[in-house]
Design a protein around this ligand. Sequence first.
Ligand SMILES: NC(=O)c1ccc[n+]([C@@H]2O[C@H](COP(=O)([O-])OP(=O)(O)OC[C@H]3O[C@@H](n4cnc5c(N)ncnc54)[C@H](OP(=O)(O)O)[C@@H]3O)[C@@H](O)[C@H]2O)c1
Length: 320
Amino acid sequence: MKTAIYTSYGSPEVIQIVDQEKPLPKPNEVLVRIKASSATRADTMMRAGIPKFGRLFLGSFKPKNTSLGTGFSGVIESVGTEVTQFKLGDEIFGEKLFSNGTNAEFLCIAEDSIIAFKPNNLSHQEAAPVCDGFLTSYNFLKDIVNIQQGQHILINGASGSLGTAAVQIAKLMGATVTSVCSTKNIELVKTLGADFVIDYKNDDFTKNTNTYDVIYDSVGKTNYSKSKNALKPSGVFITPVLSLNTLWYSMSNPKRVKFAATGLKKTEELKRLFLELVDFFKQKKLNTVIDKTYNLSEIIEAHHYLETGRKVGNIVIVNQ
Ligand SMILES: NC(=O)c1ccc[n+]([C@@H]2O[C@H](COP(=O)([O-])OP(=O)(O)OC[C@H]3O[C@@H](n4cnc5c(N)ncnc54)[C@H](OP(=O)(O)O)[C@@H]3O)[C@@H](O)[C@H]2O)c1
């Protein structure tokens, strides 16, 4: 089978498409023929080994895990002898963290991991990126700050993968949503449900005072020090992007500033959030925003585009 790997840190050109043996499922695993997979900002950071302190976990001199991609959607091609919930031909989606990548033609994954039946109203391309933006933002909005009906949340970077998900989730949870994006994405974020939009090219939300219960900086373009005046006295600043400012304040003022690496959460807890999201998708309450799709053979190009920091929503890798 074809699979994308990288054996050293560096630019997108370190990625190679290689032929590997098709994996065989263990007794508790299913073998999935992958139809679509995600390519994310987190993938590009792992591939580049940047920020460098991340290499303490990823491998000091070269990556320990050489495969790419976590989100996927596909069709079960065979099942292990102990699998009870899934069968040949089932369409499933989810994510595989920390081991064999999903930017490949096949994948073996344990039946109790973060997988579920793909809703019929979702294409493989729409399903594959759900565990990036939606699962991360749902973890922040539900488990980390537990947004309440009527609270006012500002989402900075509302046009990214995490941002487009967060706008929709915050609306579902009953919040008033102010989205921050550039001029070209204003209409998009309005269609996702934003009540107010701030065009960061013309306005600076940090000049607002005492306005927001939560500021979710989904792209790491501001920080607590710059935006604290815009928070209400009991307001919370949350971000999935670690900076020195966030590190300092999340330790010195943990009620006010919160960072989390969602992938490090316990699998059972991630699965609970994932299954709740699956229900929302079944009820057509959420929509995946897709910017571009690439064939697996074009994954280097996909990584170059991801690194522009300009994508709108998600990038999807498809297998022909
Ligand atoms: N901690 C975790 O668990 C976790 C999990 C997943 C991802 N992440 C991280 O989350 C971050 C966000 O990823 P993403 O995929 O959603 O988005 P992204 O690709 O990092 O950002 C793309 C979007 O950001 C907008 N943008 C650029 N500059 C901006 C600014 N100054 N103000 C507001 N918006 C701006 C761009 O729109 P314009 O070009 O129109 O401005 C574009 O639509 C990444 O750093 C990723 O590594 C963390």
